[in-house]
Design a protein around this ligand. Structure first.
Ligand SMILES: CC(=O)SCCNC(=O)CCNC(=O)[C@H](O)C(C)(C)COP(=O)(O)OP(=O)(O)OC[C@H]1O[C@@H](n2cnc3c(N)ncnc32)[C@H](O)[C@@H]1OP(=O)(O)O
Ligand SMILES: CC(=O)C(=O)O
Length: 542
């Protein structure tokens, strides 16, 4: 079978920026564009020149990409020529090789949102594209609300597409703007478009995830013949997001019939960077990565249940649809109350612990299940699990003892009558018979009160004598609280994530009826795990 080219169009910097709460700066756009270019997408839509200062700044000094850098805008408005439309002029003045214009194809939107006649809209589309093409640009038509438009008035929706195509648009992109269309309809309607005379090699698909079908809809359009797929990294985008390219790209490269049928610009080698690219975007957005994201999520290859773990150890293909490393991910076999000895052996061996004694293994398993019944949760707090296992099998060095800690919170009015908060913590540890007392205030980088957990974290990490050098690069990056039982019996579970200078991220858990105490337990485990992993026992721990 001869292979066909499937084009990937990324709109993270345009539709992705339409995500609530997302606002990229120009330098961030440059970083994302460079990562997309390394990945191998064919088009990078940078934004809408002239729509806001950031996009204008970005287009003033555009990235140099192998991918076709694209400016976005809308078709000309009625009552002026394409040459005299200032919004269109600003888009064209960005000087990009390719230009994507959104235009209406749904009769209802033409009369209601634009308030023009159906004929005027067709003329506006045709003249806008003729103008772009006359300037030597590659033109794309984002046919807004196309599927809804087709269902309302198929002849008119197709007339709009043909107006752009006849005027020279290279790509006609069928948009499921409201995200309400299902895969069967996308497939059938895409076939109708092809039957109307626009070949699949000129058709693109742009979907939204409002029914959770953005990826399925993209695949349906490709199955019908479309050869350009638009999407965003991590599925960013207006409302529920766009088709997720971190799902679609591995699917096109690894799954049939796509892998045998299509070439894309993404190589198998670049595919190994998929997790990295996804995390980079989360890092820029200061978002916690979605654990369950297909292919790239931390749980995508996590085998929690005992039956799964047992089989995985015999042959990973028993519960994995692909080899995780192909997309830069990794297999994990977490511990929890769903686990059996297979999970345990696998975890211990990953931690470098060889435990032959089966009675020790059962003790660890019993201990973990008992602690989970008390409210601990080890499947996401693997570092705390490791410490618990070490304690149970006698492989946990003793670095220091916490003699006591105290945290206080104060709310007061200053001399100008303004309310302020102050949190303070004291921690006393005993290291080899020597007492170390540390006091810290809760303080954020901007000088605001960081709260009692922040104060405790600082006091605990302030003076650990010989171990101090090993913990200096630790940073608390996420803090989650959950009440595990209601009423007066309430127990609080705190899960804290840390990162260090070696790029490691680890999670620890604490449980108590008191949120500060639960936090302290998780903070303490985080430091102990770091000391165990970095060989602090060599510094004289017992
Ligand atoms: C489906 C999509 O996601 S398309 C992408 C949409 N992206 C964005 O809207 C983000 C960037 N947009 C913006 O910054 C602003 O909306 C701007 C600068 C483009 C326009 O701002 P304003 O001139 O203040 O207009 P406003 O946003 O209020 O309304 C949009 C105007 O464009 C018109 N319009 C909408 N689509 C089109 C189109 N395809 N062709 C021509 N005109 C259009 C609307 O009718 C409306 O005009 P009206 O005010 O005369 O009724
Ligand atoms: C153009 C676009 O983003 C849409 O129709 O969804």
């Amino acid at each position: 079978m001869s292979r066909e080219r499937l084009y990937l169009f990324d709109t993270t910097l345009r539709d992705g920026q339409q995500t609530q709460g997302v606002q990229f700066s120009a330098p961030e756009k440059h970083r994302i564009a460079a990562a997309l270019d390394d990945l191998g997408v064919d088009y990078i839509e940078g934004g809408w020149p002239g729509a806001n200062p950031t996009d204008s700044e970005f287009f003033d000094a555009p990235p140099k990409t192998r991918a076709t850098f694209t400016a976005f805008g809308m078709t000309k408005r009625s009552g002026r020529s394409a040459e005299n439309d200032d919004v269109l002029a600003t888009v064209l003045n960005a000087g990009t090789k390719s230009v994507c214009l959104v235009g209406k194809t749904h009769d209802f939107h033409v009369t209601t949102a634009l308030g023009v006649t159906l004929e005027e809209n067709v003329t506006n589309i045709a003249q806008s594209f003729a103008h772009i093409v006359a300037q030597g640009r590659e033109a794309l038509f984002d046919a807004e609300h196309f599927f809804d438009g087709y269902k309302s008035n198929p002849d008119y929706a197709l007339e709009c597409l043909h107006a752009a195509y006849t005027a020279g648009a290279r790509w006609i992109v069928l948009c499921d703007t409201n995200g309400g269309t299902l895969p069967g309809e996308v497939y059938q309607i895409t076939l109708k478009v092809i039957e109307s005379g626009i070949p699949g090699s000129h058709l693109g698909i742009h979907t939204h995830d409002d029914t959770g079908n953005a990826v399925a809809n993209s695949l349906a359009a490709v199955n019908a013949g479309a050869r350009q797929v638009q999407g965003t990294l991590n599925g960013l985008g207006e409302r529920c997001g766009n088709a997720n390219l971190t799902t679609l790209i591995p699917t096109f490269l690894l799954k049939e019939p796509y892998a045998s049928k299509f070439d894309t610009g993404v190589t198998q080698d670049a595919l190994k960077g998929m997790v990295k690219v996804s995390r980079m975007l989360d890092d820029i957005l200061n978002r916690v990565p979605q654990r369950a994201a297909p292919y790239v999520g931390a749980s995508a290859f996590a085998h929690k249940a005992g039956l799964h773990a047992s089989a995985i150890l015999k042959d990973p293909t028993t519960y994995e649809h692909i080899v995780p490393e192909i997309v830069g991910n990794a297999r994990i076999v977490p511990m929890s109350n769903q686990a059996g000895t297979s999970n345990l052996r696998s975890r211990l061996s990953d931690m470098g612990m060889d435990v032959e004694d089966t009675s020790a293994l059962s003790r660890v398993l019993d201990r973990i299940k008992l602690r989970e019944a008390e409210g601990y949760s080890y499947d996401s707090a693997q570092a705390s699990f490791e410490l618990e296992a070490r304690r149970e099998v006698g492989q946990m060095p003793s670095f220091f003892d916490v003699e006591r800690y105290r945290a206080t919170v104060e709310r007061r009015r200053d001399s100008r009558g303004r309310m302020s908060h102050l949190s303070e913590a004291t921690v006393v540890v005993n290291i080899g018979g020597e007492r170390h007392l540390s006091v810290s205030e809760g303080m954020l980088e901007d000088g605001a009160d960081g709260g009692p957990v922040n104060a405790l974290s600082k006091a605990l990490a302030k003076d650990l004598g010989p171990y101090q050098g090993l913990i200096e690069d630790m940073e608390l990056v996420d803090y989650k609280v959950r009440i595990t039982q209601g009423g007066t019996e309430a127990r609080t579970r705190v899960i804290i994530d840390h990162e260090d200078g070696q790029g490691r991220r680890w999670s620890t858990v604490g449980v108590s009826s008191n949120i500060i105490d639960a936090s302290f337990e998780a903070l303490l485990d985080a430091i102990l795990w770091k000391l165990v992993r970095d060989g602090a026992h060599a510094l004289g721990a017992q």
